[in-house]
Ligand binder design. Structure first.
Ligand code: PLP
Length: 389
């Protein structure tokens, strides 16, 4: 068996060696508290500021003062939705989509319980947002409006038209948050061209460690803090700063910007070769989503009449890591809410596998999967003939 083949980069990514190297001094020698008055502690502030500049640079024209460091993408999403709703006051009208990550759907459910009207806009069979339903919801909106639409979907890679959404939401006087956890580092982002009000980032999706994230908050956007206490992050998020991880996120964003074109070009070629190879050699394989509008690294393929879990386990046995849907939902036998929203037929829904390539994927990795997968699919069909009924 060859070494592990990791095709699950939408679940998490390896910490880049450059990122680890940048972080180490802040564990070993420069471990002071940035809030301390002595220079040993306060000297670390400069490194936080530098990291903030690097995160802002990945978002085009963002100003470093518009970046709040958080513990993860989930926290950024919670802070954006709950913090903005609290600052708006009352019960704003909340607009989102049916295919958001649970870290957006969860806060939306909470706001609904608190009395807000929440409209979850559907998608069509390939994952495009239904802009007619969105327009209807906007017409009916008569109070303050808070919208959250993901930039790109974690399961299918489908990209939402965020610039168009920003225009519509702003015309209606609303505030737009985007969960860009899967888009940052995979797509070019500029908050001048796509004028969202808030944008979530997660470190571990772009080669920083797990446990660090950021929220971009456009100057002038009202946001109440969720975490109360000290005055860190200009009183927008209390808690002693996680200096090594913040430095790591800064380095990861710097690398992502430098390598964006080269990485995404290579990843798109690898993904396309993998996808066309699978479609050509595996019976009953169907892509969920459309090529023209997807993240460059992602393909979600249903193997008709099979169970994705079985395929995943057989791939795992030969050292290949993939996912059947969102990683945090595995373990549950519920079909993916994203594929359900797309009305993927039952015969295809259970058999979906997400392949997501990344910076360290090699051509040999793709060759290996293309060589092994057809026989795995065939074996699965023999082992579970009842599923083909
Ligand atoms: N949003 C999307 C689209 C994601 O894919 C994920 C993680 O899978 C998250 C949010 C949550 O990010 P984190 O794991 O950093 O909390």
């Amino acid at each position: 068996m060859q070494n592990m083949v990791y095709l699950d980069n939408n679940a998490t990514t390896a910490v880049a060696p450059e990122v680890l190297e940048a972080m180490l001094p802040f564990f070993e020698t420069q471990w002071g508290n940035p809030s301390s008055l002595h220079t040993f502690g306060s000297g670390t502030k400069r490194h936080i500021d530098e990291a903030r500049e690097k995160v802002a640079a990945l978002l085009g024209t963002a100003d470093p003062s518009e970046i709040i460091f958080t513990s993860c993408g989930s926290e950024s999403n919670n802070m954006a939705l709950l913090g903005a709703a609290s600052a708006i006051g009352g019960t704003p009208h909340v607009l989102t989509s049916q295919v958001e990550h649970s870290a957006v759907l969860g806060p939306c459910n909470k706001l609904e319980k608190d009395g807000c009207r929440v409209d979850r806009v559907p998608v069509d069979g390939v994952g495009y947002l239904d802009l007619n339903v969105l327009s209807e919801a906007l017409t009916e909106s008569n109070g303050p409006l808070l919208a959250s639409f993901m930039w790109a979907n974690n399961e299918t890679g489908m990209i939402f038209p965020i610039a168009e959404l920003a225009e519509k939401i702003h015309e209606a006087g609303g505030v737009l948050h985007t969960d860009a956890v899967q888009a940052t580092g995979k797509l070019s982002i500029n908050v001048q061209d796509v004028p969202v009000d808030m944008l979530s980032i997660s470190g571990h999706k772009l080669h920083a460690p797990k446990g660090v994230g950021a929220l971009y908050v456009r100057r002038g956007t009202r946001l109440d803090p969720l975490m109360l206490g000290g005055h860190q992050e200009r009183a927008r998020r209390a808690g002693t700063e996680n200096v090594p991880y913040i430095v790591g996120l800064g380095k990861a964003c710097e690398l992502a910007l430098e390598r964006l074109e080269a990485d995404t070009c290579r990843e798109a070629q690898q993904r396309d070769r993998l996808e066309s190879g699978i479609l050509a050699t595996c019976k009953g394989a169907v892509v969920n989503g459309v090529p023209a509008c997807r993240l460059p690294n992602t393909t979600n393929i249903s193997f008709e009449h099979l169970e994705g879990e079985g395929t995943l386990l057989m791939l795992d046995d030969i050292g290949v890591c993939v996912s059947t849907g969102a990683a945090c939902e595995s373990g549950s036998i519920e079909a993916s809410h994203v594929l359900k929203a797309m009305n993927v037929p039952r015969s295809q829904m259970q058999g979906a596998i997400r392949f997501s390539v990344g910076r360290y994927t090699t051509e040999a990795d793709i060759d290996y999967v293309l060589e092994q997968l057809p026989s795995i699919i065939e074996r699965q069909r023999v082992l579970s003939p009842h599923l083909s009924d």
